[in-house]
Design a protein around this ligand. Structure first.
Ligand code: NDP
Length: 283
């Protein structure tokens, strides 16, 4: 029976470490890290996520301000705000809550963020650096997964890692990070043939498809480490992951629950990145 990875506890530890770092920075420089969050429109899920970010930041002593803009705000206004935040020395981290309304070119907005303030690690510069080796700021969800693997002493070197999903915010960067730690990686997606057979070879499985319980328990290799990134709300309101958790538990050695796994780590890593950016700016 699998051991459940306690994302809640590890995220609490990371937050405590960040709080300590914030206190040290304050003592050294008199300043505290400042995170600017841009929220354009009134997407209900985004409102919830931004609320979490505000709460998390307050808990560790990071100053956060959410810049709320109406759904119809022209792209030029969003760009102008980013330019102002880039130029403001008191702002150390900038996060644009995605998705943006359809009339705004997301890539153009992201590219505008100063890479040293890109606490989501998604600007082309940071992404390119990660591709080459390592970026100063790396995306929060895959960083959170790596932190979980580290804290649970999961050996990665030489193991077979299968990633299901190839998005820029999860699938691709986690593949790069696992490869950097010497895993042999396989990246699967919606056109992958014979998915079950590939998953059966995974010592480490990362599921990031957004398809509720699509990865069936019997596909999991005996003893595998299963990281379920998916967050899917079912009609009864319950949250489930991309993996059929109950059956997977009978085969995996370690598994993340949903909720209580990767999601909390994503939030914690944003705080860690904000502290990192502030430390650099104030050094
Ligand atoms: P995207 O929709 O951007 O990407 C989904 C990926 O899954 C795509 O690459 C897609 O393939 C692949 N996919 C979809 N269906 C299948 C299938 N049947 N078989 C194999 N591959 C498939 O999603 P994200 O990466 O943004 O997010 C994935 C999930 O993770 C979502 O549930 C999201 O809510 C959650 N999430 C959770 C976070 C957390 O903190 N826990 C953070 C970010 C996301 P193709 O490229 O071919 O379309």
């Amino acid at each position: 029976m699998a051991q459940i990875i306690d994302g809640k506890q590890i995220a609490r530890l990371v937050r405590a470490e960040v709080a300590e770092g914030v206190a040290l920075l304050k003592k050294r420089s008199g300043a505290v890290p400042h995170l600017a969050v841009l929220l354009v429109g009134d997407d209900p899920a985004s409102q919830v996520y931004v609320g979490h970010k505000e709460r998390d930041a307050a808990e560790v002593g990071i100053d956060s301000i959410t810049h709320r803009m109406a759904a119809g705000t022209p792209e030029a206004e969003v760009a102008a705000l980013i330019d102002r935040l880039n130029a403001d020395d008191a702002v150390h981290g900038i996060l644009v809550q995605l998705p943006l309304p359809g009339h705004i070119a997301t890539d153009a907005v992201i590219e505008r963020i100063d890479p040293v303030k890109d606490v989501d690690g998604i600007t082309p510069e940071n992404f390119g650096r990660l591709l080459a080796s390592e970026a100063f700021l790396e995306p929060c969800t895959p960083s959170g997964i790596m932190e979980l693997l580290r804290r649970y002493d999961v050996s990665i070197k030489g193991r077979s890692a299968v990633i299901v999903g190839r998005s820029n915010i999860v699938g691709k960067p986690i593949a790069l990070m696992l490869m950097r730690e010497h895993a042999t990686i396989t990246v699967c997606h919606s056109r992958t043939t014979d998915l079950a057979r590939r998953i059966l070879e995974a010592d480490i499985l990362v599921a990031a498809t957004g398809k509720p319980r699509m990865i069936e328990g019997p596909w999991i290799k005996q003893g595998a480490v299963v990281i379920d990134v998916g967050i899917n709300r079912m009609p009864d309101g319950k949250l489930v992951g991309d993996v059929d958790f109950d059956v997977a538990c009978e085969r995996a050695s370690l598994i993340t629950p949903v909720p209580g796994g990767v999601g909390l780590m994503t939030r914690a890593m944003l705080l860690k990145n904000t502290l990192k950016a502030a430390n650099k700016a104030l050094s």
